[in-house]
Design a protein around this ligand. Structure first.
Ligand code: EPS
Length: 336
């Protein structure tokens, strides 16, 4: 999907390492490794996460595409080593809501572990590292990001209490969160073809995070009248402005200069210590779903993953619009 800033990842949850190759990063970009590692830490810390987070201290190693701390224009290779790298026992009891069921039928795998290993949210660690490189590009243009949780389970405050209660009951929780990017130029994305709309690209990037079930931009327009919902346009102090931002910064599939506001809903994590009913793939008998160490709630981590995915899309769009082989050339085009 991404053409200018494009990447692929590989790696399993308990494999040796997670890897990404990013192609298209402009040269002469100073890569702040501490910033990338801090983003990885943000993904790991959050109330309700599993004990895996105490085992791992995710840090990135960049093995290609960088010299004396600066990019050379060659592909970057990022690696995060897993400390919990070992052979785990096989299992055959599908976890409802996880990829086990459809994945094992699709790939004809008898051990559901072969599905779990790649479908695990663990792979989002390397995506956050890629997104951090994208954020470094965006920062060069003054673009900033933030995110916050709006709801956990059914509550909009006292999230920790809700998570503690779910944990005590062997249950899990999802929630709703918001990601905001500021200072985006007008005109990223396009209306001219169905697959060039920025909202469509961002929706796919966020929706394809394992547990995300809904994505929306700005204020949900359901039930709103046109006169209430649309953001009126003014010309003040020499520039066009909107005084409201119900559109979430996107009109006609393009940025309109206002803050990009993306909201998403994450479903409750499917691995639960009080398991649901399911079928054993081997015996075909009813049973309780497989359980192993899992998070009670990972919405806080999901915010960071969504930021990273959106940053990758925005870096791609920025490079498409302003181009340039080096960051200097890109900045020159941006100013023109
Ligand atoms: C995760 C690592 C995983 C899980 C979690 C996310 O590690 P482990 O399986 O060894 O505990 O903690 O993934 C899931 C629960 C899931 O369903 O995908 C991580 O690094 O984010």
């Amino acid at each position: 999907m991404l053409n200018n800033f494009r990447f692929l990842t590989a790696g399993e949850s308990h494999g040796k390492c997670l890897t990404a190759i990013i192609d298209g990063v402009p040269s002469n970009l100073t890569v702040d490794i501490d910033f990338i590692n801090n983003e990885l830490k943000r993904r790991q810390t959050g109330y309700g996460r599993s004990s895996r987070m105490q085992l791992e201290t995710d840090t990135v190693e960049i093995t290609a595409g960088i010299h004396n701390g600066k990019t050379t224009g060659a592909p970057l290779c990022l690696v995060i080593y897993n400390k919990d790298f070992n052979e785990k026992p096989p299992f055959t009891k599908f976890r409802p809501g996880h990829a086990d069921f459809a994945g094992s039928i699709k790939y004809n795998l008898s051990d559901l572990r072969d599905v779990l290993e790649r479908s695990s949210a663990r792979k989002t660690a390397i995506e956050v590292a890629v997104g951090a490189v994208a954020k470094i590009i965006l920062k060069e243009f003054g673009i900033t990001f933030s995110s916050k949780i709006l709801q956990i389970g059914s509550v909009t405050e006292n999230f920790e209490k809700e998570i503690d209660m779910a944990k005590d009951q062997g249950d899990s929780l999802g929630g709703k969160f918001e990601v905001i990017f500021k200072n985006l130029p007008i005109g990223l994305g396009s209306y001219v073809q169905w697959d060039r709309g920025l909202d469509g690209k961002i929706a796919q990037a966020v929706m394809s995070i394992g547990a995300v079930k809904a994505v929306e931009f700005g204020k949900n327009p359901l039930g709103e009248k046109g006169s209430e919902y649309h953001d009126e346009i003014f010309f003040e102090n020499g520039k066009f402005i909107h005084k409201t931002n119900n559109a979430g910064g996107i009109e006609g599939g393009m940025t309109n200069g206002e803050d990009l506001i993306v909201r998403a809903v994450m479903k409750p994590i499917p691995t639960m210590s009080k398991p649901l009913k399911t079928v054993d793939k081997e015996t075909l008998q009813m049973c309780e779903a497989h359980f192993e160490r899992s998070d009670t709630c990972a919405v806080e981590a999901c915010c960071v993953v969504a930021e990273a995915r959106i940053a990758s899309v925005l870096a791609d769009e920025l490079m498409q619009k302003f181009g340039g082989d080096s960051i200097d050339e890109m900045k020159k085009h941006y100013k023109e």
